[in-house]
Ligand binder design. Structure first.
Ligand SMILES: *Cc1c(COP(=O)(O)O)cnc(C)c1O
Length: 398
C-alpha cells in the first residue's frame, strides 16, 4: 500500500492524459486554493459578504463589473439564464422553473447544442428557459438569428468548446452584434477557456467559467459580467440556485485560484507540457503504422496535445483497443478519446504529476510492442463501444 489516498480508498491510481474531466476529478487543485480552503473551513462567515470579495477578485481578473461563484459552469448557465428571465423579481425567482413572464426564449445555435457531460440545452430548460435553436447542425446565418429574435427573447447563449461544430456557425462578434442590435443580452459559456478577458471585451454581457478546470480551483463555476445581470443571476440563490450552492471553502478556494493564476509562471508550465509531448512523440516515432502529431488546442487555449493516429493493419491494434488497454493496465492511463472512431486519440499534458509522463511513454511502448508481436489484429467492432458505453453506469453502485 502506498500513501496515495486512492490506494487507501481502494480506487485505481489513474494517470490523466485526457484533460480536465469531471468524471476523473477535474484538475490538480493548486496549493494556494487548498490552503485557502483549509483556512476558512472552521470559520463562520457572512456568505454574501464573502461573495462581494469574490466579486472584486473576479472583476479584477476578467474586467467584469461584478461576479460570483456558484457550483459549476453548468450551474452558471442556469443562473445567468434565469436572471434574464426573472430580472430582480423575487417572486418570479421563487416560481422558477415555472415562468409567468412570457419573455423566456433563449436563442442558441444548433451547432452549439452539445454535451459537456450533460446537454447544454438542459441547463437552459432547468432555469425555465425555452430553447430556440437557430440554424442547422453545421450552418447558422445572420438571418437565422435576426428572424428568431422577438418580443419573447430573454437572452442568447454562445458556447465556446472543442465539442461545438467548428465551421459554418456565427462567430461571437457577429452573434453579439445581432443580439445587441435587438437589445438581447449574450451569455457566453467559456468553461474551459484560459482567456479571462476576451469574451467580455468582445461584448458578452455575462461569461461563465469552470473553477476546477484550467484554474485548478475547487469544483465551482464563475459568473462574471455586467453588474445588473450578474446581480439578477446571484439572486437566484433564493430559488433554483439553492441546489447549486457552494460553501465558503469553494468561494474562497476560487478566489485563491484566481490570485494564483495571475501569479503563475505560465511559461514554465508550458515548457513542462512541451517536454511531455516531446517524450511521447519520441517514443512513438518510427513505429510502423503510428503517426504522432503535436497539435494546438482547437479553441485557441495556449496548449498543445499529441494526436496519436493508428493504422491498425500495421500496428495490429485499433486506436480504441489501445485506449482500452491503457485504461485497463498498470498504472491505468486515461487518454482523450472523443474522436477515437476516426482512428486517433490525443494525449493531453496538462494534468501530470512528476514522473507520470515517463509512465505514459513506457506503457505506450509496452502496449504497442505487445500488439506488434501478436499475429491477430486486435480490433473490437466499433459499434460495440456505443452498445456497451453505459453498461457499467447502469449497474452502479454494483
Ligand atoms: C466543462 C464544460 C461545462 C461544464 O462545466 P462544469 O463547471 O463542470 O459544470 C460547460 N460547458 C463547456 C463548454 C465545458 O467545457
Amino acid at each position: 500500500m502506498t500513501d496515495d489516498i486512492r490506494s487507501q480508498l481502494g480506487l485505481r491510481e489513474i494517470i490523466n492524459v485526457s484533460g480536465t474531466m469531471t468524471s476523473l476529478g477535474a484538475s490538480i487543485v493548486v496549493p494556494e486554493a487548498i490552503e485557502a480552503m483549509r483556512a476558512i473551513l472552521p470559520q463562520f462567515v457572512e456568505i454574501n459578504d464573502l461573495q462581494r470579495k469574490a466579486s472584486a477578485v473576479i472583476a479584477r481578473l476578467t474586467g467584469a463589473e461584478a461576479g460570483f461563484v456558484t457550483a459549476s459552469c453548468s450551474a452558471g448557465i442556469s443562473l445567468a439564464v434565469a436572471g434574464t428571465i426573472t430580472g430582480a423579481n423575487l417572486l418570479a425567482i421563487e416560481k422558477l422553473p415555472e415562468t409567468t413572464n412570457e419573455k423566456a426564449e433563449i436563442i442558441v445555435q444548433m451547432g452549439h447544442i452539445v454535451s459537456y457531460g450533460a446537454p447544454v440545452d438542459q441547463s437552459i430548460r432547468l432555469a425555465g428557459g425555452k430553447v430556440v435553436m437557430i440554424g442547422q447542425a453545421t450552418s447558422t446565418h445572420r438571418y437565422h438569428m435576426e428572424e428568431a429574435i422577438g418580443e419573447k427573447t430573454a437572452a442568447a447563449v454562445y458556447v465556446v468548446s472543442h465539442h461545438v461544430v467548428n465551421y459554418g456557425l456565427l462567430h461571437l462578434t457577429e452573434f453579439v452584434e445581432i443580439a445587441h442590435a435587438h437589445g438581447v443580452p449574450v451569455i457566453v459559456d467559456a468553461a474551459s477557456e484560459y482567456d479571462l478577458r476576451g469574451f467580455l471585451a468582445a461584448g458578452a454581457n455575462i461569461v461563465l467559467y469552470s473553477g476546477h478546470k484550467f484554474l485548478g480551483g475547487p469544483t465551482s463555476g464563475i459568473v462574471a459580467g455586467k453588474k445588473e445581470l450578474v446581480r439578477r443571476a446571484f439572486l437566484q440563490n433564493l430559488g433554483i440556485g439553492r441546489g447549486m450552492k457552494v460553501g465558503k471553502e469553494s468561494i474562497y478556494g476560487v478566489m485563491a485560484a484566481l490570485d494564483a493564476w495571475e501569479k503563475r509562471d505560465h511559461d514554465a508550465i508550458r515548457a513542462r507540457e512541451k517536454a511531455a509531448l516531446a517524450l511521447w512523440h519520441d517514443v512513438l516515432g518510427g513505429r510502423p503504422g503510428v503517426t504522432a502529431l503535436i497539435e494546438p488546442d482547437p479553441t485557441g487555449n495556449p496548449l498543445d496535445r499529441l494526436r496519436v493516429i493508428l493504422d491498425s493493419q500495421a500496428t495490429h491494434i485499433t486506436a480504441w483497443d489501445l485506449a482500452a488497454a491503457l485504461r485497463k493496465g498498470t498504472p491505468p492511463i486515461i487518454v482523450r478519446d472523443h474522436e477515437v472512431e476516426h482512428h486517433y486519440f490525443y494525449l493531453d499534458p496538462c494534468n501530470l504529476h512528476p514522473g507520470q509522463a515517463e509512465s505514459v511513454a513506457r506503457r505506450l511502448a509496452e502496449e504497442l510492442d505487445k500488439a506488434q508481436a501478436s499475429n491477430a489484429i486486435i480490433a473490437t467492432p466499433i459499434e460495440d463501444l456505443s452498445r456497451n458505453r453505459f453498461n457499467g453506469l447502469l449497474r452502479w453502485p454494483d
